[in-house]
Ligand binder design. Sequence first.
Ligand code: CUK
Ligand code: CUA
Length: 647
Amino acid sequence: MNKNNNKRLRGILLGAGFVALAAFLFTGCPSEQRMLDSGDAAQKVYVAPGDHDEFYGFFSGGYSGQLSVWGLPSARMLKVIPVFSQDPETAYGYSEETKPLFNTSYGFIPWDDSHHPHISQTDGNADGRWIFINANNTPRIARIDLETFQTKEILELPNTGGNHASSYVTSNTEYVIGATRFSIPYEKDLDVPIDSYSDEFRGSLSFIEVDQETGMMEVDFQIVVPPYNYDLGRAGKGISSDWVFFTTYNTEEAHTMLEVNASRNDKDFIAAVNWKKAAELVRDGHGKTMDAEYYHNHYNGKKQGYAVSEVKNEVTVLDTREIDENFIYYLPTPKSPHGVDVDPTGEYIVGGGKLATVIPVHSFSNMLEAIENDDIDDYIDGIPVLNYDATIAGEVENPGLGPLHTEFDGKGYAYTSVYISSEIVKWSLETFEVVDRIDSYYSIGHLMITGGDTVDPDAQYMVGLTKTAKDRYLPTGPKQNHPAQLYDISGDKMELLLDFPTIGEPHYAQSIKADKIVDQIAKIYEMEENDHPDALLRMTENRVERRGNDVHIYMGATRSHFRPDNIEGVKLGDDVYVHLTNMEQEWDVVHGIAIKGSQSTELLVPPGQTKTIKWTPTRTGIYPFYCTAFCSALHQEMQGYIRVSGP
Ligand code: CUK
Ligand code: CUA
C-alpha cells in the first residue's frame, strides 16, 4: 500500500472523528509510515519452523467473549481459549461439565464481551499462575488456569452494570478489582424512574479476594460511590501497591445523551482507593451486609469433573457517606479520562483524558502530601477532592488527539495510544515531553508492551490493538478482522515490524516470557489422576446404565474404536448422557464424538479426559455416531450405532 493512500485514509478517519475538536485541538503532523527495511523487519519477527516464540501474548476477544493466545514476535495464533461464549469446537458451554459456568442470576448467559485480561502477579511481576478476564455486559470475572489453558471459574458481580474496569490484579494478586461503568440502583431489583438517577443510582467498586492456593475468587467487599461512570482501573505498584485507581467520567451525573451531557465538565476524577485500609475497615465491622444475588461457578478444586454453581445472597459494602475515615480520594483529571496506568515505580499515575489536550500525570508522593496537608478543594459524599495542582506532576503537551492508554518500558519512557489521530506517542517520565511518535493502522485502542504493566518490563516489543483495518489487507467483505501491529521498541525510535489480523475485538492484551510458564503446562492428563466421577478408567468397564428415564453411556475411545459401539435399549422420551473418556496416553491425540441429530455439539476430548453431552432423541430409528478428529489411519473406521425404540 502506498503512502498517499495512508494519508487519504488518515484524513477520512480524522474527518469522521471529532470534526470540531480536530480542527480546534489537533496540532501535530502525522508522521510517515516508518518501518525497518522489510528484510530487517522480517528477520526480527522470524521464528524458524520448529522453533518457539519468546513470548506468549494473551489478547482479549472483545465481543467474541474469548481469549486468544499468540506467539510473539511471530504473531502466530496458538489457540483460542473459550471463556464467556459457547464454543462448539470444544463443546465448552455445551458439555455437561462446562454448562454451569454460564449460570448467572439472569439465567444461562452463553455470551459476553471481554476486554481486559490480566495475569496474576507476585511482587508486581506476572507470575503465570492464572489469567483473569472481565465480562463487560452481564458483569462477571473469569479465571483461566495457565497449566491447562482452561477456564476454571466464573464469578458474577452484584451491584454492577458494565464491569469494564476489570480484571486488574494487585501486586500480589490479593485482589482482582472491578467497578461499575453504569451507575444503577444499589438495592437489589429496585424499580425506580430513570430520572431519579442522582438520588437512587450509585456507583460501585468491587474487591474480589483471591485464594493464593486455589485461585478461587470471592467478593470481599464493594464500595458505594457517587453515581458517575467508572471506566478503568489499575492497581498501584511498588510504593503505591496498597492503592488502586479508577477513572471516572460523567461526573455530570447525566443519564441521557451522555455524548453531550457527560462532556461538560473540564475535569472528572481519578478515584484513588487505599484498598488495605478499606479491607481493614471491613474487618473492623464498618461494612454493612446487603441482599444481593449472584452466581459463583467453579470446579470445586477437582482436576476434572463438573463445574458447579453456587448462589450467593449477600455482599458486604462500605458506604463513603456513612464512614468518617477517609480511604478514597478524588484526583481531578481532564477530561472524561478513559485509561489509568501506573508506571513501574508506582510513582506516576497517568490518565488517558480522551477529550483532553494533554496527558495528565499525577504523582503518588504528591498525592500523599496533599492528603497530609489537607489540600482539599471539596468533599463529595464524604470523599475528599484533592487539589489538581497539588497532585499533578506534569502534563504531556501535544500528545495528539484522543489519548487512551499508556504502557511503560522501565527505561524512563511511557507510550500512549492516541485514538483519533491514530498514533502512539512515546514520552519521557522525566521531562513529560514527547520524544517520538508513530502511526497506527487505524484508530488504536489499547497498546501492550511485553511486561509493560509490571514493575520490571521486558520492553522489547509493543503491540498496538487497532480498531479498523481499512485497506491494510485483502478485503473480506464489509467486516474485516480487527488488526494489530507489532513494533520494536528496543531502540530510541519505535519501529513497525508487522501487521496482523486478530480474533474478535482485542481491547487489552497481556504477555509473559514463555520460559516462565512452559514447564508448568500440562501435556497430558494421567489416567490415574482422572478424578471425574463418570470417568471410564479401564476400557473393559464400558457399559450402559439406565436410571429411570436417564440413560448413561460410559464410553471409551482409543485408536481406532469406541466401546461400546452398538447401543440398544434407548427409548423415545429418554435423556441420553454420553460420558466419553479418551483412553489415550500419548500427547495431542484427541478423539471426538458426533451423534446424528444431537441437539448440543460434538465432544472433543483430549487424552486422559472425560467429557459428557446430553442428548434427547426426538425420533425413533438408528443413529450413527463417529469420531470427529482425524486420529489414525483407521479414523474413518471409528464409528458406531445407537438404536432408539418407541416408548
Ligand atoms: S477499553 Cu477498549 S480501547 Cu474496554 Cu480498555 Cu480502551
Ligand atoms: Cu478417533 Cu478419529
